[in-house]
Design a protein around this ligand. Sequence first.
Ligand code: GLC
Ligand code: CA
Length: 556
Amino acid sequence: MKKKWWHEKVAYQIYPKSFCDTNGDGVGDLRGIISKLDYLKELGVDLVWISPIYCSPMADQGYDISDYYNIDPLFGNMEDMDELMAEAKKRDIGIVMDLVVNHCSDEHEWFRKACEDPNGKYGKYFYIEEVKDGKLPSNIRSYFGGSCWEALPGHPDKYYLHLFHKKQPDLNWENPEVREEIFTMVNWWLEKGLAGFRIDAIINVKKSLPWKNYPADRDDGLSYVGNMLKEVSCHDFLTELRDRTFAKYNAFSVGEVFDEHEDTLPDFIGDDGYFSTMFDMSTAVCGASEKGWYDRPHITANEYRDAVFSSQKKAWNVGFLSNIIENHDQPRGVSHYLPDGEVNDTSKKMLATLHFMVRGIPFIYQGQEIGMENVDFTSMDQIDDVMTHDEYQVALRAGLSPEEALESVKKMSRDNARVPFSWDASEYAGFTTGKPWLMNNPDYTRINLASQRQDEHSVYQYYRQLIQLRKNPEYKDTIVWGKTVPVYTDQDNLTAFYRQGEDQTLLVIANYQKEPQTITLEADVKNVLLNNCGEFQQKEKKLQLEGYQAVVLEMH
Ligand code: GLC
Ligand code: CA
């Protein structure tokens, strides 16, 4: 595998609306990010991915872009952006933007012009179809619910495709002019000095044509988007994207890829793959049900371990995955992956240890480093996210009472991670002097950065230790490059693996349950590099682990 500059980095995701507000309008902004660069440096991150900040009507929180060349006034302006890049650079931090090009906003000039003249140049930028007798071109369900076809404003006989929200019309990548527009835009940003892009929803760019119906998988008569996507390959589009943009700048690129076909991983992240890396979504999709969020069981310790190990195995010899426990589309990792009632500082640190010690590029989502938890929403009115509202209706239709429906969707809601960052215990958690656009997590007096900064045993300080260990010249090669070799897999609720470097072996052990557990070491311990709780209890070859204890050991 060719070594690249990004392999050893640690990345951090910012959800800009909820990170830090500096002008009191209740919405985070670019000046807020600038003001926290020293903090990010203190934590130890090298790359900062910012969710979309381009001009947008915010139907899907900025993932609906109306102008790719400008910053939404909500966040600031281009001078702020230039300053952010320059200040980040001074601190050796690279800025990564979100690249949302499967679709744009229905308020983008291209779409407006397409509505004015569907047969003209811009009509061909989208998928617009004639509809006779109300018969839609296909029965695909949009990701946010309902048909993916919507009447074109002003043209009741024409429908356009939107795999996401109806305010997010899909761009027609089959049209070379559309691809040209995209490449020009990407390069314009890279010229400005961006370190790279996170590529949104990219697996959706290739559609299976001609349109047709697929077997319905819910009682709405519609079919999951993946049923169409699995018939086609994005290979040509993504190869061209890479060659025309990222490759020319040696830029970092991380793909958001779900449902990639089997055996295509090398195409995505191999030495000459489309992207530098892609997110490992294996734990995020674990237990997902076709019926909807309401039908989703809590993931178990063994399922978590098996998902992680199978990704490690799949990517070994191929390339680097990017590891996450949460992002702006997921609930908080500590609430999702740890059993109810067992979410505490020790178990949070255990999860962090697993997240950081397997091979791959670790991404921290804002607030993860202080162990932010899911929000105890008490009403659907507190939730903004379009997807949660849709899933709530799905749950009601399945026969759940309103209370049960709320209980079930709030566990998965994307707003769990989208509430403001809890900086301190003051009003609105120090996020804003105004009123936040989305409620704070009410637990902010208990969980916030200010108190954890002062406490050497906090989750925050533990994250710093994990990052320092990854950067420690003594262990870096093994942690970045070493092979992940699972061990003790016949013990339940235990995730353990070696990281094998050239002349070094580390052993990572996590007791993923509240009861203690004992293991028998296969070699002698040379050094205890990290320990998330209490004593290190070793008697000869027996190692006794407390509930949720995690250790990183250097072995002889
Ligand atoms: C990605 C984003 C998500 C967004 C969707 C549509 O999955 O992460 O937030 O809703 O794409 O752009
Ligand atoms: Ca603001």
